[in-house]
Structure formats: structure tokens, C-alpha cells
Design a protein around this ligand. Structure first.
Ligand code: HEC
Length: 172
């Protein structure tokens, strides 16, 4: 945590929460202060309702993080470094379809209605991503073509986003 500004604010917010009975009974002001502290620390997640919409947000954020590690390993020719992010991402890819149950749209979500209109296609793209990632992991361990499989993975992310994700402006 940073030691100045933001960090100090969080510490102050937590102290205020404690003073008003953080975790205690219904002390006037306590709940509001606690909420303010949480919202400040997790502003982005707080905007989404709990359940599949925020879970898929978390999943995709993790996907992005892992993809960065994967790209860095590919760029530096670190074949061994490809395996862990590829395996993690393959596991995440399998969970994608289940986090888009029918009707799980929301003003803050960028999921396009096409997901539910063409669900088998959406599912197939998620499956394709998982398959490419497994192949990439195998290739990294067995002297295969990690370059080609790596770019196939990235193309699959982009393909799904182009077809099934609203542009950023649509999100508040
Ligand atoms: C099967 C379709 C599909 C695939 C494949 C896919 N995504 Fe996504 N992704 C989505 C959708 C749909 C959203 C928007 C979800 C929402 O807002 O409810 C999204 C959102 C995201 C976000 C934004 C998260 C947020 O809420 O701010 C990131 C980052 C992301 N994806 C990264 C990736 C990466 C990296 C890959 C490939 C390794 C990938 N995605 C593969 C469909 C997909």
C-alpha cells in the first residue's frame, strides 16, 4: 500500500470505521463509514452486483493479468515461463460460459445481447480458447511452436471481444 495520500486516507477511513464500531452493532454512521471505506478500496467491483456479473469481471481481470505474464514470457523466449500462465488461463477459460447465465446483463456490464442469442457460438469460442491454451502449454514443454499458438490465443480473446463485448464507451 502506498504510504502517502491514498494509503493514509484508507488508514483514516478504517480508523473512523473502528471508532463507530467497525463490525459491531447498528451504531449510527458505522455502516455508512464502513461502506465508504470498502467502496473506496474496491470502487470498480462495488459497482457490479454480486454473483456471475462480478465473478466474470474478476475472472477476465485475472485473464488479462495472466495474458500479460504469458506475453512477457513469449517475448523473452522464456518457454518454461509460458506454462504456468497458460495452465491458469486454460482453467479460467473453462469457467467462462457458466458465468454468463441467461439474463445476466447489467448497465455496467459490457456483455452483448448476442451472447445469449448465439450462446452455442459463444461457448465454442471459450472452448477454443481453452483448447489453444492446453496446446500452448504442451508446446512449451515439448519444443512446439509457442509463437503460433500464443498468437492464436490472443486472437481468440480479441475475436470474442469483437463479437460479444460492447465497446468501452458503453460502460460508465
Ligand atoms: C468467449 C468469449 C471471451 C473470451 C474467449 C475472452 N473474453 Fe474477455 N470478456 C468477454 C466479455 C463478454 C467481457 C465483458 C464482460 C462483462 O462486462 O460483463 C470480457 C471482458 C474482459 C476484460 C475486462 C474486464 C472488466 O470487466 O473490466 C478483460 C481484461 C478481458 N476480457 C480479457 C480477456 C483475455 C486476456 C482473454 C484471452 C486470454 C479473454 N478476455 C477472452 C468475453 C471473452
Amino acid at each position: 500500500m502506498p504510504r502517502t495520500g491514498y494509503g493514509a486516507w484508507i488508514v483514516a477511513a478504517a480508523a473512523v470505521g473502528t471508532a463507530f464500531g467497525f463490525g459491531g452493532g447498528p451504531v449510527p454512521g458505522g455502516t455508512a463509514d464502513r461502506r465508504a471505506g470498502v467502496a473506496f478500496a474496491h470502487e470498480h467491483e462495488e459497482a457490479l452486483p454480486p454473483g456471475p456479473i462480478s465473478e466474470r469481471h474478476e475472472l477476465m481481470e485475472e485473464m488479462g493479468k495472466q495474458a500479460k505474464a504469458l506475453n512477457a514470457a513469449l517475448k523473452s523466449g522464456d518457454r518454461a515461463g509460458v506454462v504456468a500462465p497458460a495452465d491458469t488461463m486454460a482453467g479460467l477459460a473453462r469457467r467462462i460460459p457458466g458465468l454468463f447465465p441467461p439474463g445476466s446483463s447489467h448497465p455496467k456490464s459490457r456483455a452483448k445481447p448476442e451472447i445469449w442469442q448465439e450462446f452455442p457460438k459463444f461457448e465454442a469460442v471459450a472452448e477454443e480458447l481453452g483448447t489453444s491454451l492446453v496446446a500452448l502449454s504442451v508446446a512449451a514443454k515439448a519444443d512446439g511452436d509457442v509463437e503460433a499458438l500464443g498468437s492464436k490465443v490472443m486472437r481468440t480473446c480479441k475475436g470474442c471481444h469483437d463479437a460479444f463485448r460492447l465497446p468501452k464507451e458503453k460502460k460508465e
